[in-house]
Structure formats: structure tokens, C-alpha cells
Design a binder for this molecule. Structure first.
Ligand SMILES: *[C@@H]1O[C@H](CO)[C@@H](O)[C@H](O)[C@H]1NC(C)=O
Ligand SMILES: *[C@@H]1O[C@H](CO)[C@@H](O)[C@H](O)[C@H]1NC(C)=O
Ligand SMILES: *[C@@H]1O[C@H](CO)[C@@H](O)[C@H](O)[C@H]1NC(C)=O
Ligand SMILES: *[C@@H]1O[C@H](CO)[C@@H](O)[C@H](O)[C@H]1NC(C)=O
Length: 212
């Protein structure tokens, strides 16, 4: 009887939980980022500023970006081009004509705001743009994200991420010039230098066999 009352009291809440929208399945954006890092084990901190031309393609199961990163602590300026191919589970990082291939362990993140996200309220920008903020916890790695999207069209506006320790990374990103298409499809084409890597994936291996 008691539990029946509780169930009845909770039931309406199942229908009043706010649901997040889905970002476009394809979009391009220019990101302006500030990243702070603190490694508790090593007790070292650093700060970096970067800009990224970022391309998200959920349809093609791929993400790519070209980044210019200015590490103010290490005094380095690094241009990189990174390609995530979720269909083959590979990540390619190209820095000054040197390609590194890594295995991807996670699936591609859905463009939808997850069900366990909490709405952190709405606000508005000049020119009548209305935005919603979502708090997204990372139950696996620890840490969380705070994502701001337009109410109309669910386009990304800003994102701040704090990772779980012991290497804490806090990054804030502003999304500029967001468009719902891939403005530079060539960014997803894995360059030849990656195909001559010692760790060839099967596909790349057969591509090379065909060339010869
Ligand atoms: C800055 O460079 C150092 C040395 O390469 C690196 O350990 C650190 O992660 C970089 N910091 C950021 C925020 O990228
Ligand atoms: C290419 O990258 C790998 C892995 O980061 C590094 O070990 C190697 O020294 C780099 N080669 C050149 C020529 O920069
Ligand atoms: C954003 O778009 C405007 C108008 O097309 C362009 O002038 C500007 O260079 C773009 N900015 C970036 C950072 O891509
Ligand atoms: C290639 O794979 C071997 C063994 O898995 C690994 O030790 C090596 O670091 C990899 N090399 C590159 C360039 O990724």
C-alpha cells in the first residue's frame, strides 16, 4: 500500500522530465578554446589557447578538425589535423607531415543531449537568440560538461568541460560560424602519409596492394 502511494506520487514526474534536443547530425564550426590542465600526480599545471575548424558528421560516423594550439606554458605553437573514423575505429593525428594512428575505444557520441542531462535554465543573447544550458555528467570518467545550445534549431553555442582526475582538464569552447553542412569535406580524407604507417589497418593495406 505504502509503495503503491509512492509509485503514484512519482509517476507524473516521468512525464515532466525535460528532454534535451539533438544537435545537427552534420555541422561545421570554428571553435575558440581555452584549456587549463592540472595533473595532480605530477603536480604540474599548464594553459593553452587554440582555434579549431571543427567538422562533425554523425551520418558518416566521423569527426575531423584542424587545430592551431598555442601552449602558453610550454611555449609551443602546434598545428594539427585530427581525423576520427568511428567506422574503422581509427584516429589519425597529423602534425608537421607526421601521421600517428591510434585505436578508438569509444563509439561516436550521439548528437542528442543525453537523457541524464539536467537543464540549467534558459537565457537570451542580443538579436533575440534564445539559448538553453544543459549539465551533462560523465558517470564513467568523472567530470561533466555544460553545453549551451540555441532553443531554435539546437545549434551549439558554447561548451565547458571538466574531466575527472587525476589529470584535470578544464576547457571552454565558443562555437562560431556554425553551419549545418560540412564546409570542407576533404578534411575527412586520410592523407597518404598515414597509409605508409607501420600499423596499417586492413582497409588501408588493401588500398595499398591495389596501388601496386
Ligand atoms: C602544454 O604542453 C605540455 C608539454 O608538452 C603538455 O604536457 C600539456 O598537456 C600542454 N597543456 C595543454 C593545456 O595543452
Ligand atoms: C612522429 O610522431 C611519433 C609519435 O609521436 C614520434 O615518435 C616521431 O618522433 C615523430 N617523427 C617525426 C619525424 O617528427
Ligand atoms: C565567420 O564568418 C564570417 C562571415 O562569413 C567570416 O568573415 C569570418 O572570417 C568567419 N570567421 C571564422 C573564424 O571562420
Ligand atoms: C605499431 O604497433 C606496435 C604494436 O602494437 C606499437 O608498439 C607501435 O608503437 C605502433 N606504432 C605506431 C607508429 O603507431
Amino acid at each position: 500500500m505504502y509503495s503503491f502511494v509512492i509509485v503514484c506520487a512519482l509517476l507524473p514526474c516521468l512525464f515532466c522530465v525535460a528532454r534535451g534536443c539533438c544537435l545537427p547530425t552534420q555541422y561545421s564550426a570554428n571553435l575558440v578554446e581555452t584549456t587549463g590542465e592540472y595533473n595532480r600526480d605530477l603536480d604540474v599545471a599548464s594553459l593553452a589557447y587554440s582555434t579549431r575548424d571543427y567538422f562533425y558528421d554523425y551520418t558518416g560516423k566521423q569527426i575531423a578538425y584542424r587545430e592551431k594550439k598555442d601552449n602558453a606554458t610550454a611555449h609551443t605553437k602546434i598545428d594539427s589535423w585530427v581525423i576520427f573514423k568511428y567506422s574503422t575505429g581509427k584516429k589519425y593525428t597529423i602534425i608537421s607531415n607526421n601521421c600517428t594512428t591510434d585505436d578508438l575505444t569509444d563509439d561516436m557520441e550521439s548528437p542528442c543531449i543525453p537523457d541524464d542531462a539536467t537543464p540549467f535554465g534558459d537565457h537570451s543573447y542580443p538579436a533575440g537568440i534564445k539559448a538553453s544550458i544543459w549539465y551533462i555528467p560523465d558517470h564513467v570518467q568523472g567530470g561533466n560538461k555544460r553545453l549551451s545550445v540555441t532553443k531554435d534549431g539546437c545549434m551549439p553555442l558554447s561548451l565547458s568541460i571538466i574531466t575527472g582526475g587525476s589529470d584535470y582538464i578544464l576547457r571552454s569552447s565558443l562555437y562560431q560560424n556554425v553551419t549545418t553542412k560540412i564546409t570542407d569535406p576533404s578534411v575527412f580524407t586520410v592523407p597518404d602519409i598515414c597509409k605508409h604507417d607501420s600499423n596499417l589497418s586492413d582497409t588501408l593495406y588493401y588500398d595499398r596492394l591495389e596501388e601496386n
